[in-house]
Design a protein around this ligand. Structure first.
Ligand code: BES
Ligand code: MN
Ligand code: ZN
Length: 518
């Protein structure tokens, strides 16, 4: 992983491979951003003109390379676009800095060391740039390399040459950040911890389902818990059957890899409040007997992204020593068709005691989540938040970069939406319309697992709400769109697993600990 350090040394004297500067889009052409004064001076104050000559505009995502001025200890200057120049007396927004830093980090693959001369004033700037750099430099390389280990895919002739095969930048040095400043140092440390856990979640999401079974995931969670003083309990298939977890058993029974329910409990000294995070952990979603058609199966290792986000968030809360109790629940199962699989039409008796007629075995996430939510609620947390790649319908509604927030409490939904905005995650509040409830009626059971097709993301939320006890504050994050990036990398977001919702959950824990959330 890339190392992040702070230094007071100047851009001219830093011995690195590259110096990164920011360039914004001004009314009359590109404008060199604050932090790059020394570099601009090396160009006799004409860096903006040089960049413009090379075609730079300052637009987001843009990268321009120029040789460093004479006398510089680093050979190359890399200018990264920051987007529109802020109004006079206003600073660049955190998300602009985070994205530009991410773009820079992705252009730095193969370099050993880079000096970062982006605009740094406040500790928030240090945090945003640090996060962008460390998220942008992520690479999933576990399955690359060695001739012998080569799979058909990595053996394609272009694989050796593409940038993905170059190692991420070794070290990024923040110029202008103050290593002796407590707030700067704390911001950098928090960025390092948070991004390590987000990148760990990305690794889990990217790991193919033949290696990441529910049992393997539970073992990884157990090891992570042990490392960070988190209490971990794992219910295996026997314990789940004995405990009456009909949802987890029903979804997992078609697979050779049996289900697990993992409980991670971080207990903080003197904490007054408690949160429960519940993650959908379908290690592979084939659809089950209601098998997904070809073309819808290939990325379904992603269906444990919610559980990965929950694990990362609990571990981050523990590593940051937040003064709030956080319990994470990982509802792990593999959804497969077989002679032992649940059939469409079967009725499951859930952990809550409610019965559910499974009309479509591909609506499996809500079944495992229902059991985990009921179990989580038994401990009376102040709030429950579940995270899930739950519906294709949410992707149709909000696209591939925005997650939906549903809740049984308007203020809590609004608070989560605001927190998501603060940390730079795109999210949008969605309703749970009362008229959609009747579509979930079953002629023989308490509920069906599928309702009206229209508003399918909201129907799933309404199903989950049936398992939340009255007086329990609950929110549901449907991250089906942003959890996995099938397109080209952008900003600090790589191809594949993204680590969606972790920053929002961690922010919720931080604000709950600080007591500024009602
Ligand atoms: N895991 C899928 C949802 C999904 C699809 C996530 C694509 C990410 C990308 C979920 O289990 C599912 O199959 N949902 C069904 C529900 C339907 C059968 C009611 C869906 O959305 O089609
Ligand atoms: Mn499914
Ligand atoms: Zn699923």
């Amino acid at each position: 992983m890339t190392a992040l350090t702070l230094t007071t040394s100047g851009a001219a004297t830093l011995r690195a491979d590259v110096i990164v500067v920011g360039v914004a889009k001004g009314a009359a052409g590109p404008v060199v951003a604050a932090g790059a004064e020394a570099v601009d001076k090396g160009f006799d104050g004409k860096l903006a003109t040089v960049l413009e000559t090379l075609g730079a505009t300052g637009a987001e995502g843009e990268v321009t390379k120029v040789p460093a001025p004479a006398g510089f200890k680093s050979p190359v200057v890399l200018a990264v676009g920051l987007g529109p120049l802020p109004e006079k007396d206003e600073a660049f927004g955190a998300e602009s800095l985070r994205r530009a830093a991410g773009v820079a980090a992705r252009s730095l693959t193969g370099a050993k060391k880079a000096g970062i001369a982006l605009p740094v004033e406040t500790a928030e700037d240090v945090a945003a740039i640090g996060e962008g750099l460390l998220l942008g430099s992520y690479a999933f390389t576990v399955y690359r390399g060695g001739e012998k280990k080569k799979t058909a895919k990595s053996g394609e002739k272009s694989a050796a040459k593409d940038s993905a095969s170059k190692p991420p930048v070794g070290e990024v040095v923040l110029l202008g950040a103050k290593p002796r400043d407590k707030a700067h140092k704390a911001a950098a440390d928090r960025a390092i911890t948070l991004t390590e856990e987000i990148n760990r979640a990305r690794d889990l999401i990217n790991t193919p389902s033949n290696d990441l079974t529910p049992e393997a995931f539970a073992a990884i969670a157990t090891a992570a818990g042990k490392e960070h003083g988190i209490k971990v309990e794992v219910l295996d298939e026997k314990a789940l059957a004995k405990g009456g977890y009909g949802g987890l058993i029903g979804v997992g029974q078609g697979s050779a890899n049996p289900p697990r329910l993992v409980r991670l409990a971080y207990t903080a000294r003197g904490a007054k409040q408690s949160l429960a995070f519940v993650g959908k952990g379908i290690t592979y979603d084939s659809g089950g007997i209601s098998l997904k058609p070809a073309g819808h199966n290939e990325t379904m290792k992603l269906d444990m992204s919610g559980a990965a986000a929950v694990l990362a968030s609990v571990v981050t809360a523990a590593r940051l020593g937040l003064k709030v109790n956080v319990t994470g629940w990982l509802a792990l199962a593999e959804n497969m068709p077989s002679g032992s699989a649940t059939r469409p039409g079967d009725v499951l008796r859930m952990y809550s005691g409610k019965t559910v007629e499974v009309l479509n075995t591909d609506a499996e996430g809500r079944l495992v989540l229902a059991d985990a939510i009921t179990r989580a609620a038994e401990e009376n947390p102040d709030a429950i938040v579940d995270v899930a790649t739950l519906t294709g319908a949410m992707m149709l509604a909000l696209g591939l970069r925005t997650f939906g927030i549903m809740a049984n409490d308007d203020a809590f939904r609004t608070a989560l939406h605001e927190l998501a905005g603060e940390v730079g995650e795109a999210a949008w509040p969605m309703p749970l319309p009362a008229d959609l409830r009747k579509g979930l009626d079953s002629p023989i059971a308490d509920l069906a697992n599928m309702g009206e097709r229209m508003g399918g993301g909201l129907v799933a939320g309404i199903f989950l709400r049936e398992f939340v006890p009255e007086n329990t504050t609950w929110a549901h994050l449907d991250i089906a769109g942003p959890a996995f990036n099938e397109g080209a990398p952008f900003g600090y977001t790589p191809k594949g697993g993204t680590g969606s919702a972790i920053r929002t959950l961690v922010a919720l824990a931080e604000h709950t600990a600080a007591g500024d959330l009602g």
